[in-house]
Design a protein around this ligand. Structure first.
Ligand SMILES: [Zn+2]
Length: 297
């Protein structure tokens, strides 16, 4: 078999890049001007949710229609400024959706904007005080920087790198499951990179810790922003040097090797539930399998 597998798949949430127009973040006069323009479009975010239309699309509103809250400048789409507004709570006027559930139904453009907005909003929600002195933080740069009002330290949005990997012995792929999951659900192994660790080292360490398998030939596949709350999932293939499985019993309850035939048959029968279409985990599995697969969470 070729390694890495040749089948190319798109990774959801990674395909569209809007014009972030970062240079405008510090231009308060321009930000005020476009906020007063009824052509500007705003998505409201509250408690990790956003309003959707009856068709399931993102409900973009003019600035005059949205409640008070923290404004986040996302960028430009066809020269139209796009903002997110972080509100305290959802209202009863709209239907609200969560990105990780609604993502597959969104246009690529809206998915890209909502990933950006969700990552920033989650960062604001989790960072109320200065991590150095405990002072109050004040947003600046259209929501992309937080400045401490006591010690003046600037805080920037953080992204936590996590590795996610499909381990193969050439003929079979290794998938694992967590105890809390419904019966039949399996996924690729994953874990956060440790401080001072390379991504390749993190792949090898996590696989050894979770299932006791030694791997080599760690090969980059693709990456996916996963702002729930702040991860960047970095996908790899890895080749197994050993095949005996010893699960840690903590993060991973069970793991097993799947041939391509087993993957297909069990997914079709509904006894194997693979990760959802929006996840890079599914992209990894389908890239290795060589085609789309049925059955998902
Ligand atoms: Zn401070």
């Amino acid at each position: 078999m070729e390694f890495p597998p040749p089948y190319a798949v798109d990774v959801a949430l990674s395909e569209h890049t809007h014009d972030r127009a970062g240079g405008r973040r510090t231009d308060q006069a321009w930000l005020d001007e476009v906020w007063a323009d009824p052509a500007t479009r705003v998505v409201v975010l509250a408690k990790g949710q956003f309003p959707v239309t009856d068709d399931g699309d993102v409900h973009w509103q003019p600035p005059a229609d949205v409640p008070e809250g923290q404004k986040l400048f996302l960028g430009l789409v066809d020269d139209v400024p796009r903002f997110a507004l972080v509100a305290e709570d959802v209202d009863e006027e709209h239907t609200w959706a969560m990105l990780w559930l609604a993502g597959p139904k969104l246009s690529k453009e809206d998915a890209g904007l909502l990933v950006h907005a969700t990552a920033l909003a989650e960062w604001h929600r989790a960072h109320r005080h200065c991590s150095r002195c405990g002072g109050v933080l004040q947003p600046m740069d259209a929501g992309h920087v937080l400045r401490c009002t006591s010690c003046d330290r600037q805080h920037f949005p953080r992204t936590d790198p996590a590795v996610i990997m499909l381990v193969t012995d050439g003929e079979r792929a290794l998938l694992g499951r967590q105890a809390a999951w419904p019966e039949g659900r399996y996924s690729t192994l994953a874990g956060f990179a440790d401080p001072g660790e390379s991504l390749e080292q993190a792949v090898a360490r996590e696989v050894m810790e979770e299932v006791g398998v030694e791997v080599t030939d760690v090969t980059y596949f693709g990456n996916q922003p996963w702002p729930f709350p702040s991860s960047l999932m970095i996908g790899f293939f890895a080749r197994a040097v050993t095949t005996e499985i010893n699960v840690d019993g903590a993060e991973i309850e069970a793991a097993r090797w799947f041939s391509r035939e087993e993957l297909k048959e069990e997914a079709e029968a509904g006894t194997l539930l693979l990760p959802g279409g929006i996840s890079i985990s599914r992209s990894l599995v389908e890239a290795w399998y060589g085609a789309p697969l049925p059955g998902q969470w």
